[in-house]
Design a binder for this molecule. Structure first.
Ligand SMILES: Nc1ncnc2c1ncn2[C@@H]1O[C@H](COP(=O)(O)OP(=O)(O)O)[C@@H](O)[C@H]1O
Ligand SMILES: [Mg+2]
Length: 301
């Protein structure tokens, strides 16, 4: 069972992602990144966080501990921004916390230039993302972190943020569990991920029994799509179990190499530059994520 803790001190919002999680200290002396039930991403994002994160852990991938955080907005009284205050007051009660990795760095394209990842480890992560239809582990927004970074031990990859996985739960009756997945922009595509080896190793581990144990961790209050939480849990188990059995059909294999990605990036930059006035051509393009990343509809139906 996920541990229950009470948030005792609010430290800061994290604005780099979209959901504005908060860093808090809790009554067990731990520090956690809290994903709020009142965020625009909604409770389904938290359901995906629990199911995919605990599945990752069960499969031996590095993923920080999850806890249920009881949050009283009063502790964040000093937060100056109204939109963050609104988020807090919409989230009184139970929220999801992830153990904070102190000093961790985001795995960015810059970090990737020198960081080595073993093809089997890359394969396991890509496999998990393909199984759980995670659309949010791309080159420009990897939701991977490197930790520790202080030289006490070799830095390793850690998974975070599975809120955008399980895209099928946005359209329960419309998504084929055998649907292939578009992984051209996966953050680890350039490491020659050995997804076949990962499939042989991991698929037999994803049993109905394991899936049942994992979905049991999701609080009832977040499971509102069906007549009862029990029915919702069965729907997740049935879908994921059908999908794991169909792994041959969705296994991603044709990853573009570094050169192909670099050429694509150059074409994209050139496209973005078109139509800009001369002075603006010198300004770095900070927002231009590849168009394919923004069009999620390709992952549905
Ligand atoms: N467990 C953690 N330890 C340290 N930093 C974290 C942790 N989780 C998230 N972060 C930082 O906060 C940012 C936003 O968190 P994320 O879970 O990706 O939320 P969002 O849903 O907003 O994208 C991450 O990119 C990372 O920099
Ligand atoms: Mg994120």
């Amino acid at each position: 069972m996920l541990k229950n803790v009470i948030a005792t001190r609010y430290i800061t919002p994290l604005r780099s992602g979209g959901s504005v999680p908060g860093v808090v200290e809790a009554d067990d002396l731990g520090t956690y990144v809290v994903k709020f039930t009142g965020s625009a991403q909604g409770r389904k994002a938290l359901v995906a966080e629990v199911i995919v994160g605990e599945l990752a852990r069960a499969l031996g991938l590095r993923f920080p501990e999850l806890v249920l955080v009881h949050f009283d907005p009063v502790i964040a009284d000093g937060e100056p921004h109204q939109e963050v205050r609104d988020l807090h007051s919409a989230s009184a009660g139970v929220n999801l916390g992830m153990d904070y990795l102190p000093g961790a760095r985001d795995f960015t394209p810059e970090v990737a230039k020198t960081f080595r990842v073993d093809p089997l480890e890359a394969g396991r992560i890509v496999w998990l993302d393909a199984l759980t239809a995670n659309v949010d582990r791309t080159v420009h927004n990897s939701n991977l972190m490197i930790w520790p970074t202080l030289g006490v031990a070799p830095p390793r990859l850690w998974l975070i943020d599975h809120g955008a996985a399980l895209v099928f739960h946005h359209r329960w009756d419309g998504t084929d569990p055998a649907k292939a997945y578009d992984f051209r922009h996966h953050a680890l595509g350039q490491y020659a991920p050995d997804v076949r080896a990962a499939d042989a190793e991991l698929a037999p581990k994803v049993t109905e029994e394991l899936l049942r144990e994992i979905v049991a961790e999701v609080p009832d209050a977040w499971l509102t799509d069906f007549a009862s939480p029990a029915e919702a849990r069965e729907a997740y188990v049935a879908y994921l179990h059908a999908r794991v059995r169909a792994s041959r059909q969705w296994l991603p294999t044709d990853f573009p190499g570094r050169e192909e990605l670099a050429a694509e990036e150059a074409r994209r930059t050139a496209r973005n530059q078109q139509g800009r006035p001369a002075w603006l051509k010198q300004v770095p393009d900070l927002h231009g994520k590849p168009a394919a990343e923004q069009d999620w509809s390709v992952h549905l139906g």
